[in-house]
Structure formats: structure tokens, C-alpha cells
Write a protein that binds this ligand. Structure first.
Ligand SMILES: O=C(O)CCC(=O)C(=O)O
Length: 303
């Protein structure tokens, strides 16, 4: 098992934009215990699990199927049960909940928005063949090509370290870009937590992170929700969906829900490969390592 340090809880900084930005600039991440209402997170997790159970991913006792249905989320999207889970209202609602949205807006600015494209992770206990992409040490700048994009990683169930939650490397946002590699067992300097429903981990797009191996007996369920300011270029696929629809992804399904908020009007959308091919510009929060001027997007998708 990888030995990890405990994430620092930034709950005491809630409401203080300056202090939150300073902590983010120092550590590259912010962690909050119990930020989100447990009932909403539990409903999202239960809804996701119910869909996956219907599709045979787990049995009635929650034991994962012997045949792994998918290693990564992209592959999982080919499965109707996973599609039902990722399009469920309770899961989609999470980034629109006021404690999370309000927190991110305090840090990024009042117009910051979450991409309608969200990532659901249903990670099987680790075993060959292959290693899930989330297990590679990587930085999310490759996902969007947007400087100062923030990722929020939200556990949809209790996730002890043994079940392979997310680890971040504090301070790594101040370093150079990393080549993707699977996090080694003997590495030091990483931090994670025994996550509970309601917790949220926020990290900067230059912060190195990787999922720990799932050495448990159940699927690990979590969601990634990403955020940016509208006055920067916006990756089209994260707003319109991977197939490049004409309208905001999910707007047809959820526009009438009381929690839905459309992305800001008049933004400038570009293909994300184009944005992610360019080195990041200056950050609003810290001095970017000059090594980023030689940034090359990783060959394969590793987030
Ligand atoms: O949860 C995982 O497996 C990986 C998450 C991740 O890489 C991310 O949120 O960017």
C-alpha cells in the first residue's frame, strides 16, 4: 500500500477568499470535510450504484462482477447502465449545490462555472489486465488547456485509503510538468484521506495527483467536476459534449430542474486539443515554473 500523509482540512478558511487563495497557492489543493450535504451525496451515490447493479456491475450484496465491465470512464460510456448512472439527476446536481459552487466562485470569481461534462468513476478492485488512467500521476491542465482550471473530486461513498481514493502531491503545482506514470508504492510526499460522503477535494490544474490502487472488495465511486472563469477560452467538448452537440450538454435533460444553471453566454469555445497543446500562461495565484514553457501534452489520455 502507498503510505500517504493526511490532507489538511481547510474548513476553517471557508468564506475567506484571500485565505483560500493563499492556501491554494501554497499547497496546490484545498480539502473540506463535510462541505456538501450528506443526504444529496448519498442520494447520488445510491442512484449511481442502483443503475450499476441493474446493469450487473455489482450483485445485490454490492460485490463487483468477476468480469470487469470497464477499466476507464470513456470505455464505461459504452455501457447502458453506466450511461444511466452518469446521466442521473442526483449525480449531475452535485456541482450546482451552493456550498461547492459558492466556494469555487469565491476562489475563481463570481462568474466561474462548472463544465456540464462531468466524470463519473466506478473503479473495480485493481487487477490485470491494465491500470486505470486515474492511477497515473498527471496534471489536469492536459484535460482542458485552461490555466487555473480547478478540479473538484467528490467521493460518492465512504472511501478509505484501501479503496483507492485520490491522492495529491502538495506543492507540486509549483514544479515542472510531469510525465504520466503509475504512482509507485514507495513514493513519499503524497496526501489523501479516509474520505466520507460530503467531503470535497479541490485542486489546481498544475497539481500532480493520482488515484491510489483499489485494494478493497467493492467498486469505488466518485465524481470529478471541473471549473473555470468565462473570460478565458473554453474547451468546447467540456461544454457541448464529446460528440460536439449544438447545445450545452445535458441542457435538454435538466434545463427545467430548479438547480440547473446554464453556462455563461457569449464564451469563446475552442477544441480542447488546441488549447491543451499550448503551454499555460501566467496563473492568477502563483508563479508558474518556467519548465511549463516546454509543456507537451501527454500522448494518451491519463486523467
Ligand atoms: O478518481 C480517479 O480515479 C482519478 C481522478 C482524477 O484524476 C481527476 O479528478 O483528475
Amino acid at each position: 500500500m502507498v503510505r500517504v500523509d493526511e490532507l489538511a482540512d481547510s474548513g476553517g478558511l471557508l468564506g475567506d477568499a484571500g485565505a483560500l487563495r493563499r492556501r491554494l497557492a501554497e499547497d496546490g489543493y484545498l480539502f473540506f470535510r463535510g462541505l456538501l450535504p450528506v443526504a444529496e451525496v448519498r442520494a447520488a451515490g445510491a442512484g449511481v450504484l442502483a443503475e450499476l447493479r441493474r446493469g450487473g456491475w455489482v450483485d445485490d450484496r454490492g460485490i463487483p462482477s468477476v468480469d470487469r465491465r470497464a477499466l476507464n470512464s470513456m470505455e464505461a460510456l459504452g455501457d447502458p447502465a453506466f450511461r444511466a448512472a452518469i446521466t442521473s439527476p442526483a449525480f449531475n446536481q452535485l456541482p450546482y449545490l451552493a456550498p461547492l459552487r459558492g466556494l469555487i466562485r469565491l476562489i475563481l470569481g463570481p462568474q466561474a462555472f462548472s463544465y456540464p461534462a462531468k466524470v463519473l468513476r466506478a473503479v473495480y478492485p485493481e487487477g490485470p489486465p491494465g491500470v486505470a488512467r486515474g492511477r497515473y500521476v498527471h496534471q489536469d491542465y492536459a484535460v482542458s488547456g485552461v490555466q487555473d482550471m480547478l478540479t473538484t473530486w467528490v467521493p460518492l461513498m465512504e472511501i478509505p485509503v484501501r479503496l483507492g481514493g485520490l491522492a495529491v502531491r502538495p506543492g507540486s503545482h509549483l514544479g515542472r510538468p510531469q510525465r504520466p506514470r503509475v504512482l509507485r508504492r514507495d513514493e513519499r510526499g503524497w496526501a489523501a484521506a479516509h474520505y466520507q460522503e460530503g467531503d470535497a477535494l479541490v485542486f489546481h490544474c498544475l497539481t500532480s495527483h493520482a488515484a491510489l490502487p483499489n485494494r478493497g472488495m467493492s467498486l469505488r465511486l466518485s465524481g470529478d467536476f471541473r471549473w473555470q472563469r468565462p473570460d478565458q477560452r473554453v474547451p468546447a467538448q467540456l461544454v457541448l459534449g464529446p460528440a460536439g452537440g449544438r447545445r450545452e450538454l445535458f441542457s435538454r435533460m435538466f434545463a427545467r430542474e430548479p438547480w440547473w444553471e446554464p453556462v455563461p453566454a457569449g464564451m469563446s469555445l475552442s477544441p480542447r486539443e488546441q488549447l491543451a497543446a499550448i503551454p499555460p500562461g501566467p496563473s492568477r495565484y502563483f508563479a508558474v515554473h518556467p519548465g511549463w514553457q516546454r509543456w507537451q501534452p501527454p500522448g494518451g489520455v491519463v486523467h
